[in-house]
Design a protein around this ligand. Structure first.
Ligand code: HEC
Ligand code: HEC
Length: 339
């Protein structure tokens, strides 16, 4: 059984009874696999209004330049100045998917996927799929940045500028530079194939693409998060009765999180940490101190940039690190200090 329907006069979606969906375009009579199409493109074909940051055609050259600025702080041909003297975007943001299912970006899911794939465990959101979010600097970031977040809530362009100047303590980016980063984000947008559907959903999606685009949009939206939520924790050491810390998880957090910035060779901070006993002893001695060296304090509040000392540590929100994971880390540090 085949059903073919033309949507917005440009695309024809075909769904067959095996659940496979193919898409035809007039320019390209070859079938395209739905899985390879960008989520946003499909949503727009299904009648959704394009977002403010909509980029109809990816420019590969711009995306490459955007990637260079993200990874190296400037273009490799030396034609612009470093955005931040202190940081690269990659110090705080990953460029890859952080969980197996974009619909579940809980700290547990991120840890499991990150540990298996050796992905840094970072306090800021991954750039993968950031293009598909609808609002930025959500939740408690308003507490941290106040009125500065307002213009970023609906506009990815402004969110990039805020991060360049505030989070990464750099200069203002020029409009063309931000556009290049946006093209880079577009190159990292979710494809339909990134989303994890049940068989039931795939079937329903196939049918509704043909005869109920509103439902099809709803099914697609339900499989990923529209925003990165942010809830700040407190410096109290969490109390979870009977909780046994998981050292293996903690070791991953320490090596792929803390050491991502604090390893000596990183030259991001003046505060070096490593796998040596001294590091663990130091952290252990401060565990119960109410100052910025105590693990629960530093993890939940980070540090603030001060004039003259611009490197600061971003905090891990409850969405980035769970209380269980914080207890894992505390348990691990005590264990390594006493080993
Ligand atoms: C020192 C750490 C740090 C650096 C460096 C950094 N960021 Fe960020 N960035 C953050 C934090 C923390 C947030 C807020 C949490 C989050 O990611 O949602 C954020 C948020 C963002 C957001 C909004 C994400 C969202 O979903 O709300 C964008 C866009 C962004 N950064 C772009 C950049 C770009 C581009 C660079 C490099 C020029 C950069 N950042 C460098 C820490 C950093
Ligand atoms: C994104 C980079 C980054 C990550 C990830 C990170 N830190 Fe930091 N951390 C910093 C920076 C930058 C500073 C400021 C140090 C400086 O002034 O040189 C800092 C400061 C600190 C300090 C010293 C606080 C003070 O008052 O000087 C401690 C302790 C610390 N971090 C522990 C940790 C631990 C534990 C982790 C893992 C849970 C961690 N950091 C993860 C960047 C990071």
């Amino acid at each position: 059984m085949f059903v073919t329907v033309t949507i917005v006069l440009v695309y024809a979606f075909e769904w067959n009874s095996t659940g496979l969906i193919s898409v035809y375009t007039p320019h390209d009579p070859e079938k395209v696999n739905l899985a390879d199409l960008g989520v946003e493109e499909v949503l727009i074909k299904l009648g959704e209004k394009p977002p403010i940051h909509y980029i109809p055609v990816l420019n590969q050259d711009s995306a490459r330049m955007g990637e260079e600025m993200v990874r190296y702080g400037k273009l490799l041909d030396g034609s612009n100045k470093r955005i931040s003297k202190y940081f690269y975007c990659t110090d705080c943001h990953n460029q890859v998917k952080e969980s197996a299912d974009p619909g579940d970006e809980s700290p547990e899911a991120v840890l499991e996927y990150g540990k298996a794939n050796k992905i840094p465990f970072l306090p800021a959101a991954t750039f993968y799929g950031l293009y598909n979010k609808q609002h930025w600097y959500n939740g408690d970031y308003e507490k941290k940045y106040g009125d500065l977040v307002r213009p970023t809530r609906d506009t990815l362009f402004n969110a990039i500028q805020l991060c360049a100047t505030q989070c990464s303590q750099g200069r203002e980016m020029e409009a063309w530079e931000i556009r290049c980063v946006m093209h880079y984000y577009k190159s990292l947008e979710y494809k339909i194939g990134d989303l994890v559907f049940t068989n039931y959903e795939i079937n329903l999606l196939g049918k509704s693409i043909v005869n109920n685009p509103a439902l099809a949009r709803e099914i697609i939206h339900s499989r990923y998060n529209e925003i990165n939520e942010a809830t700040f924790g407190t410096s109290e050491i969490p109390e979870i009765a009977g909780y046994e810390p998981n050292y293996e998880n903690a070791e991953y957090i320490y090596q792929y999180g803390c050491l991502h910035c604090h390893a000596k060779e990183k030259e991001i901070t003046n505060f070096d940490l490593g796998m040596d006993k001294l590091s663990f002893k130091f952290l252990e001695a401060k565990l119960y101190k109410y100052n910025s060296f105590s693990l629960s304090h530093i993890t939940r509040y980070g540090t603030y940039a001060v004039s003259g000392r611009k490197q600061y540590m971003p905090q891990y929100t409850m969405e980035n690190m769970s209380n269980e994971q914080l207890l894992d880390l505390i348990g691990y540090i005590k264990y390594k200090a006493g080993e």
